[in-house]
Write a new protein. Structure first.
Lengths: 301, 528, 317
């Protein structure tokens, strides 16, 4: 693979300007060169704002039932209609974004971070340690994802914390694989050999050369995992293995009654489905462009 | 609202419940969907309707529930043509039909009946019998001559006939059992109206007409095909596309509505209260659930009458009920039921009472506890959402913990919960079967509340041994009042509601409160 | 090369063993008990001694290590035992479902390849034009749509618009090819779309990279007909990573289509998986996990071989 030539990276912009001006320039450049990525970033931002401000924005208490207004079609009082318990779909959607963002960011952060640490360590220590770590990672990679999630949720129960665990664990070996190959590629570069021959310490080599290269793939993994985690959370909740009612969560909104009423009350299924797709879509769009910007040659994920 | 649920069901019912008025047509293959897959083929060993629906047509039982009886409580003859009970109620002598043949041509005699019941009641080493515990009262089974079978009981038991009508107690062939007692786990050989043709795992099960069936003129169908489909959406699609005639277990209200709106007069809906109820159980090993005031508060908070109307639109629950299926002989009439805690129509008063009880018990406002539920969409999850909302209105904050089914059973058994959803289902409406679970822990294998209540156990015994129906009714009522109100050990939320929409072509099948009953298909026929 | 193959095969053993240990102990840590579940129907009447008898019969009363060794020694002789739930040999349980899953995976792969390769190549050649953007949006949308949601929408649309119904029972290809394909084409399309999204992205980025290689630039400069270069040189080099992704997705499809199988009523491995776990059918779950893990590892092995064959340096690492 052709990894390792100096990347055309946005991180190489001269550092003479003030930090704010520099960031502004980076953002402007990103928007101009990658309009798709910019659109994604805006949607991500909106999602975050909604997640934080759900309690201010939501017109109703997401838990408040109203048996007089069950399965109401979108109307002036309930813009996106109500669900089987007469709960406001819009309010539950807004609060659901909180669950999605929390799970998304927590999983992506822990998955990518723990994975990167294991991957770099494995590449750095090499030899037997690397061999053993790789075999352990292989085991988890070969293990069917649904079984792992099922087992974790069965052992620990449902709930946001356990869902995060169930999603993060399968992410770790995948992240470790990527981080390890980036770290290895750098480790085997001629100039690293030269640095070693010149008597530089491992610490210096790792900090100055290996880590920055891993940083790029780390960021890319982070954004890619965000979307995946949101999707997985929705899938697990849909299967009844995710967060539990009455917590507002998009996948949960699609479970049970939403499927049964897909024909007679389609708003119950359409809006949460769109919310999931849009959020994951935005994260992927942004992540893709970020990847192109950071390293056009990094292939996987 | 003055009604009986059966009356209500009759309004919904379009088809004539008594097939006899029309002349049955011969021929045709009945195609039905089974929302489960069967484990082994041995009905004595298994406990799921997934075994009964595809397999019951291959077998007969000694007695059975009248296929035209909507209450599912009327016992009629099957392989036994008559029976007599000794004056002390301890000896049951049954006369068997002559000329009944197994599918391999061999004659069925009392030897086969004895061998089958011996396997159920006194299973040999290494043979699992699901129902051994139900027949603990049987002292001996005797076959004095080829057409007579005698059951000797340890004590008089009013419900013993319904145990002989259990839809699982199929009569097997003695010679086969003698050679290999586990043969029936993988093979089929009965006396029933249909012969076994084929089983493709995970896919379907096929039976064809038994031309030599002992009940001359039956069955009407040429055969049947049971299709295994786990998910509800394709089941509905199969009925909607008229590729399957019926799914005997039941559909959700929304599914019924979409079928009716799509097929109009080509679909018929039969509904009945279900012999299953959604229960709430509190773990009395944990505080504050050992305090009866707190338990009573939980049941007082529930507006059952409103839920009956609201939840019945979205879930398979409907009737406000006590410990027996509404409309059946031992059920408490609605007016009397309203006297129980949490059954009153004045919900404000009930909730005030609930708050008062909580205060007295020292449970603070906003008290948080975990409510454990089973991760099954129908009807557990909607009822769970409703319960949490109801408790919120008396200042209790329940967070839900949803478990996958297998774990749910494990956690209930292990006592790792505070308050949980539970269910009680029976294959027949019969207090002995329906109430057994609520006796003291140790007597009932499934007392998840972990309480001991000698008074309750005593009432169970009294009702079980009462031979006079009125006397028995009295004990059942007392049992109910103590369980649901005075002690509030566990309580019913709503009775499940069975909804079976089916092709208008299907005739001769009558819904009962149990999805285990009435599956022999000998009287079912298909109209043009 | 021979030495490399031997080394890779030997490395498969510890991984498979690890998977075996993991699933064996995981299943036993997960709460739930097959005996309780079997007798749950009327278990208020269940008696402890009766349940214990059943445990003895299933061998669940043995020490864990004994159970594990017994299972392993069976596997070494290719004997997977019988299902604890149905009592039927595991091979018999898996056979029919495997055929269906395999066929669906193959059909979805064909759909994905047919979509992904032309789209990916097109997007790379026309990088940063509206064509590229359209392709990318189309493929990212595929990744962003939850499969269960897509399945439900698909079924509803098919039902209402085309009056198409999911199959009642599976008809094997050799019994009736037309009926068989008519049944599986829709789920194959639904799965293939998502799958193609992954492959399209990979094709695009691999192509982009190859297009930047020096010899392609040289060829372009020499004025060779662009299409010719693309098909002859570029595509061949871009094939490997694309092949990798397709192969791994294929392995994933073999055991991971739970929701699709559910909504389309397909009697495949995914549903069997969920059922066997739900019943705590240890033997069947273990066998299925081993099967899926083996498929994954084996596909990986083939991919590695392909790499090694094309790039001799790898063999000597």
């Amino acid at each position: 693979m052709a990894i390792g030539r100096p990347a055309e990276s946005i991180a190489e912009i001269p550092t003479a300007e003030s930090t704010a001006a520099r960031w502004f320039r980076i953002v402007r450049q990103f928007c101009r060169q990658r309009p798709l990525g910019a659109i994604g970033a805006v949607i991500v931002l909106i999602n975050l704002v909604v997640a934080v401000g759900a309690n201010v924005m939501a017109p109703y208490d997401p838990l408040a039932t109203d048996y007089g207004a069950m399965l109401a079609a979108p109307n002036r009082a309930h813009w996106l209609g109500t669900d089987a318990f007469g709960r406001d779909v819009l309010s539950r959607l807004l609060y659901g974004s909180r669950t999605a963002m929390l799970v998304g960011f927590a999983c992506a952060f822990w998955g990518a971070t723990v994975g990167a640490v294991i991957g770099v360590a494995s590449a750095y220590f090499a030899g037997k340690v690397d061999l053993i770590v790789q075999r352990v990672m292989d085991i988890f990679l070969a293990f069917p994802l649904i079984i792992l999630a099922l087992a974790i949720v069965s052992i620990f129960g449902t709930g946001i914390g356990n869902v995060i665990l169930a999603i993060t664990i399968p992410m770790i070996p995948r992240a470790a694989l990527v981080a390890r190959s980036s770290a290895l590629a750098i480790r085997e570069m001629p100039y690293i050999d030269a640095a070693r021959a010149a008597g530089f310490r491992h610490k210096r080599i790792i900090l100055r050369h290996m880590l920055p290269n891993v940083m790029a793939s780390y960021l890319i993994m982070l954004t890619a995992y965000l979307g995946q985690a949101i999707l997985l959370e929705a899938s697990l909740s849909f299967l009844g293995l995710g967060v539990a009612e009455p917590t507002a969560a998009w996948g949960l909104m699609l479970r049970g009654a939403a499927v049964q009423f897909a024909e007679s009350a389609p708003w119950m299924a359409i809006f949460p489905g769109l919310a999931i797709s849009l959020a994951v879509f935005a994260f992927n769009l942004f992540g893709d462009s970020l990847r192109d910007a950071l390293d056009p040659r990094l292939r996987t994920q | 609202m003055a009604w009986t649920p059966l009356l209500l069901a009759a309004v919904v019912l379009v088809a004539s419940p008594v097939a006899a008025q029309e002349k049955p047509r011969y021929g045709g293959e009945l195609v039905f969907v089974v929302p489960s897959e069967l484990p082994s083929y041995d009905g004595h060993r298994e406990g799921t309707f997934g075994v009964v629906h595809p397999m019951a047509p291959h077998y007969n039982t000694l007695l059975r529930v009248d296929p035209n009886d909507r209450t599912g409580t009327k016992i009629v003859a099957d392989l036994a043509e008559s029976w007599a009970v000794s004056p002390d109620g301890r000896v049951y002598t049954l006369k068997l039909r002559r000329g009944v043949k197994f599918h391999d041509g061999a004659e069925m005699t009392s030897r086969d009946v004895k061998a089958s019941y011996d396997k159920i009641v006194f299973p040999p080493e290494g043979v699992g019998s699901q129902r051994k515990g139900q027949y603990t009262n049987v002292e001996a089974i005797q076959a004095p001559d080829p057409s007579t079978i005698v059951f000797r009981l340890k004590w008089a038991q009013g419900s013993f006939l319904s145990l002989l009508a259990s839809p699982y107690s199929w009569i097997y062939k003695a010679d086969i059992l003698a050679k290999d007692v586990r043969w029936y786990e993988k093979n089929v050989m009965g006396t029933g109206p249909f012969l076994f043709v084929e089983h493709v795992k995970g896919s379907h099960w096929v039976g064809k007409k038994n031309p030599n069936y002992w009940d001359k003129g039956k069955p009407y169908l040429d055969g049947y095909r049971a299709i295994f489909m786990k998910d509800a959406a394709p089941q509905v699609a199969a009925l909607r596309g008229e590729r399957a005639h019926i799914q005997f277990r039941g559909f959700a209200p929304s599914e019924r509505d979409s079928l009716v709106s799509a097929l109009g007069r080509r679909i018929v809906v039969q509904e009945s209260p279900w012999d299953c109820a959604a229960w709430v159980v509190m773990n009395q090993d944990k505080k504050p659930w050992n305090d009866r005031r707190v338990r009573r508060a939980l049941t007082l908070a529930l507006d059952r009458h409103q839920a009956s109307q609201a939840l019945s639109r979205i879930a398979v629950v409907k009737d406000v009920a006590g410990v027996q299926v509404p409309g059946t002989p031992y059920a408490t009439p609605p007016a009397e039921l309203e006297k129980l805690a949490g059954y009153s129509r004045d919900i404000r008063k009930s909730r005030e009472e609930a708050r008062r009880l909580l205060r007295e018990a020292g449970v603070p406002d906003g008290f948080t506890f975990t409510f454990m539920n089973r991760g099954v969409p129908m009807p557990y999850e909607p009822v769970g959402v409703w319960l949490i909302d109801q408790w919120r209105q008396i200042g209790l904050n329940a967070t839900q913990q949803v478990n996958e089914s297998a774990k749910h059973v494990g956690e209930l058994r292990g006592g790792n919960f505070e308050v949980s959803m539970d269910a009680q289902c029976g294959y027949a409406v019969e207090p002995d079967l329906d109430l057994h679970k609520f006796q003291s822990t140790g007597i009932s294998h499934n007392n998840f509340g972990r309480y001991t209540d000698k008074v309750l156990d005593d009432l169970y015994q009294k009702q079980s041994r009462a031979l006079d129906p009125e006397e028995r009714k009295k004990y059942v009522r007392e049992f109910e009042r103590r369980l649901l109100d005075e002690e509030a050990h566990q309580f019913v939320t709503l009775q499940w509601h069975r909804i079976v929409p089916h092709s208008a072509k299907v005739r001769g099948w009558t819904i009962t409160p149990s999805h285990y009953l009435n599956q022999q298909l000998d009287v079912v026929w298909l109209a043009e | 090369m021979g030495k490399y193959i031997v080394k890779r095969v030997l490395l498969m053993v510890p991984t498979l063993l690890g998977v075996a240990v993991l699933i064996f102990f995981l299943m036993r840590v997960v709460p739930g008990d097959i005996v309780e579940l079997r007798f749950a129907g009327e278990s208020a009447f269940a008696q402890k001694e009766n349940l214990d008898k059943e445990r003895v019969r299933l061998g669940l009363d043995q020490p864990l290590l004994t159970q594990f060794i017994r299972w392993m020694s069976g596997i070494v002789q290719f004997d997977f035992g019988t299902s604890m739930w149905t009592g039927a040999p595991i091979i018999e349980e898996i056979k029919l479902r495997f055929t269906l899953s395999m066929q669906l995976a193959i059909m979805a792969t064909i759909v994905a390849v047919v979509l992904a390769i032309p789209l990916g190549v097109l997007a790379a050649i026309k990088q940063d034009t509206w064509i590229d953007y359209t392709v990318r949006i189309f493929s990212i949308a595929g990744l962003a749509t939850p499969s269960f949601w897509l399945g439900i929408v698909f079924i509803l649309l098919l039902l209402i618009v085309f009056k198409w119904l999911p199959p009642m029972v599976y008809t094997p290809f050799w019994v009736s090819p037309v009926q068989n394909l008519a049944q599986l084409i829709w789920p194959a399309l639904a799965v293939g779309y998502r799958y193609s999204a992954v492959a399209t992205r990979m094709t695009r980025s691999a192509m982009l990279e190859v297009l930047r290689e020096d010899y392609i630039r040289t060829a372009r400069a020499k004025g060779l007909w662009q299409n010719l270069i693309l098909s002859r040189h570029a595509l061949k080099n871009a094939m490997l990573p694309v092949l990798t992704v397709i192969a791994l997705e294929f392995a994933f499809l073999m055991g991971g289509l739970v929701v699709t199988e559910q909504v389309f009523n397909l009697n495949g491995l995914g549903m069997l998986f969920v059922e066997s776990v739900a019943h705590r059918d240890y033997t069947l779950t273990q066998a299925l996990v081993m099967l899926v893990a083996f498929m994954f590892i084996f596909v990986n092995f083939l991919v590695d071989l392909a790499y090694a064959w094309l790039d001799p340096r790898i063999r000597f690492r």
